[in-house]
Design a protein around this ligand. Structure first.
Ligand code: C2O
Length: 535
């Protein structure tokens, strides 16, 4: 195992897209940022120095950070931010994981431009459990706003309203030729007839689940969230913010130029999308003048395609890569996801949207929760997050506009070390139903079941897949439906869980688990590093 060192300088740079130039926050002046390229078993040291006028913190999305929450990164959860002019070295080991993950700013909406890929190669001498690709490419899908994103969010919060939607989707930071002033910036992959390519696709968008397809070429899905899957072939993939998907493609079509395209999947009632991002797959020797063909993409409101795609995902579950699904459950949790309206004396309309789990909208603390837990500081959080909603109701029935006032608090749920947890996330029709990609820090989990409508604790568990369910770190809870996940709480620390739509996170759709230390010698939280940013 090697030690890989990276220098991340947070700096502002002028970038121009869609005929608009604006200063953006970047790592090393790059948008998207640099790729972290490591091998399973390596130690990684990323020294982050902040030269921008914003507080910063970086999250290594999907890395488990065993006993080492200090390197996880979410601001005010595991650390205080790195202030302007200061540095912090994230030090972590990449153990028991290989595949595609990513890193991103974990404070305000700065991840809009502060993000990049993490590629973990398998151990030396361990091949992929699928045909070896000849070449590979990273595709980071994102969103671009013509105006300053932080300003936009601040303004919206003042009004108590959602901020404007982005102006374009992007592939590796580029919207592609369907947008003005974008032709010469189009991202292009050159391929050779007969070769196999591995595409590492990352959804770094802030608020949109995306369909992605390549004209004329099927994709074989081989991995999601850095876990191998049973390979299956598809025309389009669905990928939620936070998720990663590895696909193999064969350059076996008539040599030409083909569009790769990403467009939103939004089954919220007000779904509109005219922001299709494109990039080009170009066969060697084909001139740039050939007009590319657009792929067939599912319609933005094509829920059936979304559900059937997700249903195809299964863990590889081979002898070498078994799916160790917890069979018995020590702790059952049932969380409702709601959007409500709360009073807001400082907002222009006197109200604001409050998103909640079990009717609690999470309030960010002023100091890191992990520090508060580790040093036993009182008054920062409570551990009384309820295992069930305050009262049952018809979660997905007619919109429930009464009693929308949610409670607010920094309430965490305490989990015993090594216990097995089942969490059912239930969407509700408070205000409106909507799909929510939920991300858990510090763990992967198994997606053992999902369904539309209200979860039925008597009937639904009988239909769980406990053999080869997909194992991931981010899962979409379907619109007006539920998702059940299971994990073994073997990583002590304070671990954030939240909707990976930045809009909803900002509204309070988040909470955290305190997983207690175990009794064994290697079962407690490691001591904090010396340079951990002070609060
Ligand atoms: Cu990808 Cu808490 O984030």
């Amino acid at each position: 195992a090697a030690t890989k060192k990276y220098e991340f300088n947070i700096q502002v740079k002028n970038v121009s897209r869609l005929c608009h130039a604006k200063p953006i926050v970047t790592v090393n002046g790059m948008y998207p940022g640099p790729t972290i390229y490591v091998r399973e078993g390596d130690q990684v040291l990323v020294n982050v120095t902040n030269y921008a006028q914003y507080n910063m913190s970086i999250h290594w999305h999907g890395l488990k950070q065993f006993r080492n929450g200090w390197a996880d990164g979410p601001a005010y959860i595991t650390q205080c931010p790195i202030k302007t002019g200061h540095s912090y070295t994230y030090a972590f080991n990449v153990t028991g994981q290989r595949g595609t993950l990513w890193w991103h700013a974990h404070i305000l909406w700065l991840r809009a431009t502060v993000h990049g890929a993490i590629v973990i190669m398998p151990k030396q001498g361990t091949p992929f459990p699928f045909p070896q690709p000849n070449f590979e490419f990273n595709l980071l899908l994102g969103e671009w706003w013509n105006t300053d994103v932080e300003g936009l969010v601040k303004e919206a919060n003042k009004l108590g309203l959602p901020p404007n939607m982005s102006d374009a989707h992007t592939i590796n930071g580029k919207p592609g030729p369907l947008f003005p002033c974008s032709e010469k910036y189009t991202y292009t992959i050159e391929v050779e007839q007969g070769k196999t390519y591995l595409l590492r696709i990352i959804n770094a968008a802030l608020n949109d689940e995306l369909f992605f397809a390549i004209a004329g070429h099927n994709m074989t899905v081989v991995e999601v969230d850095a876990v191998y899957t049973k390979p299956f072939t598809t025309q389009a993939i669905l990928i939620a913010p936070g998720q990663t998907t590895n696909v193999l493609i064969q350059a076996n079509q008539a040599p030409s130029r083909y569009f790769m395209a990403a467009r939103a999947f939004m089954d919220a009632p007000l779904s509109i999308d005219n922001k299709t991002a494109t990039a080009i797959l170009q066969y060697k020797g084909i001139p740039n003048t050939v007009l590319p063909i657009l792929p067939h993409l599912p319609k933005p409101n094509d829920t059936a395609s979304a559900l059937s795609y997700n249903a195809k995902l299964k863990s590889l579950n081979s002898p070498q890569f078994p799916a160790n699904v917890p069979r018995k459950v020590d702790r059952h949790l049932f969380y409702t996801i709601g959007l409500g309206i709360n009073p807001c004396p400082t907002c222009q309309n006197g109200t604001q949207v409050a998103a909640s789990l079990n009717n609690i909208s999470f309030v960010m603390p002023k100091i890191g929760l992990l520090q508060a837990h580790y040093f036993n500081l009182k008054g920062v959080f409570t551990t009384d997050f309820p295992d069930n909603p305050p009262r049952p109701f018809n979660y997905t029935g007619a919109p429930l506009t009464a009693n929308l006032k949610t409670s607010v608090g920094t309430r965490l749920s305490k989990i015993a070390f090594n216990s097995t947890v089942e969490l059912v996330l239930q969407d509700t029709n408070l205000l409106t139903v909507e799909s929510h990609p939920f991300h858990l820090h510090g763990y992967n989990f198994f997606v053992v079941g999902t369904g539309i409508g209200n979860f039925d604790a008597k009937k639904d568990p009988a239909k769980y897949n406990l053999v080869d369910p997909p194992e991931r770190n981010t899962v979409g809870v379907p619109t007006g439906g539920w998702t059940a996940i299971r994990f073994t709480a073997n990583n002590p620390g304070v671990w954030f869980m939240h909707c990976h739509l930045e809009l909803h996170t900002g509204w309070g759709l988040k909470m955290a688990f305190v997983v207690e230390d175990g009794k064994g010698p290697d079962q407690s939280i490691l001591p904090p590093p010396k340079d951990l940013p002070p609060c």
